[in-house]
Design a protein around this ligand. Sequence first.
Ligand code: HEM
Length: 145
Amino acid sequence: MVAFSDKQEALVNGAWEAFKADIPKYSVVFYTSILEKAPAAKNLFSFLANGVDPSNPKLTGHAEKLFGLVRDSAAQLKANGAVVANAALGAVHSQKAVTDAQFLVVKEAFVKTLKEAVGAKWSDELSGAVEVAYDELAAAIKKAY
Ligand code: HEM
């Protein structure tokens, strides 16, 4: 069980709203950061074949899904103290043999992107809340392998 407060959930929701304000822009920040740290990810994500193109709906759609799932993870943590990922999500990632190191690269890119989206309202507390929501979701995806 993870203790997750109303305030932490509200902080994660606020960060999600900031990301949603300009999904193409923040999707570029997100994937550029992933590729900086893990250039091989270009071959993993089909929608990166032509580079980080903000007008590619597959690219922005995938970012929106991922960020939205972390927001749902915060809601699950607040309600139940635990996160459950659906089996299909586990299957996609187990087929691609996604590693812990890759989950970390994506986490760092995710936090960096939200930090840029939130701007001056960013805080250690907000960072902590989004990190817990991401980590618990990542653990739930791996459990569903
Ligand atoms: C908590 C972290 C993550 C979440 C919430 C997440 C979420 C998702 C979602 C929603 C999909 C799309 C499934 C569909 O369209 O049916 C997906 C696909 C995928 N994910 Fe993740 N993901 C996470 C972490 C990662 C990591 C760390 C990697 C590897 C670097 C990764 C690699 C992929 C790949 C390769 C696909 C298939 C994309 C394609 O269509 O080419 N994911 N992920």
